[in-house]
Design a protein around this ligand. Structure first.
Ligand code: PRP
Ligand code: URA
Length: 241
């Protein structure tokens, strides 16, 4: 890939890789990668360490994926607009704040994205849920689409596409493309573990999409697995293999 663009792609991947390493140092602000948000909360970090552990059971893994997704809601909704509302407390009337009527949709990428849905719905119970079915061909690593059902008014909603793993980025980029084709406009990608290669692919194909991740890992291995990663998220969530 380096030869086609004079090394621009690999330099960007390197920059994204360095982002995680340098962001705690003073000069990191200059190297910040736009539209990539790493959720830094200690509880998130703690729980991500447990899902990485190969000895974590299916039950624990499933619970933790939900909990991490729930904790990430605070970050992914940080910029939702508010409006002033009048409220009568038992003491007096006051001006308070309410979400400004924005409609939301969450769209898990099947299968593994399903593991994040309930954690998010606990905090955004009125969100509509769409589904995109994609699997990664084990030979080519290319995404294969098999299902898509989205809310009819998807174009009017703030959309959060969910997938715990952003590896080559093929599945996420294809899911975003599909949602856009169905009318989706304001899209955010929420994952738990991302590889620099996946971030680069999504950003280059969809520069309008913000990515939120709980961790940015080092690289992909020869089979397209994230290193250090957590293995196959779908298998670990559903106990298949
Ligand atoms: C996994 C994962 C992502 C995809 C990431 O799904 O949940 O959807 O791989 O890889 P990529 O970034 O290289 O496309 P998988 O294809 O294993 O399907 P599953 O969720 O049904 O297990
Ligand atoms: N899909 C997964 O579930 N894990 C990886 O590391 C890469 C793709």
């Amino acid at each position: 890939e380096t030869n086609f663009d004079g090394g621009r792609h690999s330099r960007r991947v390197e920059k994204i890789r360095n982002y995680e390493k340098c962001k705690r140092t003073e000069y990191c602000t200059n190297k910040k990668v736009e539209r990539l948000n790493i959720v830094e909360h200690p509880l998130v970090k703690h729980k991500v360490s447990i899902i990485r552990d190969k000895n974590t059971t299916v039950k624990e893994f499933r619970e933790l994926v939900q909990e991490i997704a729930g904790l990430m809601v605070y970050e992914i909704t940080r910029n939702l607009p508010l409006e002033e509302v009048k409220v009568e407390t038992p003491i007096t009337e006051t001006v308070a704040y309410s979400l400004a009527g924005k409609k939301m949709a969450i769209v898990p990428i099947l299968r593994a994205g399903l593991g994040m849905v309930d954690g998010i719905l606990q905090l955004i119970p009125n969100a509509k849920v769409g589904h995109v079915g994609l699997y990664r061909d084990p030979e080519t690593l290319e995404p294969v689409e098999y299902y898509c059902k989205l809310p009819g008014d998807i174009g009017e909603r703030d959309i959060f596409i969910l997938d715990p793993m952003l590896a080559t980025g093929g599945s996420a980029a294809a899911a975003i493309e599909l949602v856009k084709r169905k009318g989706g406009k304001k899209i955010t990608l929420v994952c738990l573990i991302a590889a620099p290669e996946g971030v680069e692919k999504v950003h280059s194909q969809h520069p309008d999409v913000d990515i939120y991740t709980a961790a940015l890992d080092d690289h992909l291995n020869d089979h397209g697995y994230i290193v250090p990663g957590l293995g196959d998220a779908g298998d670990r969530l559903f106990g298949t293999r």
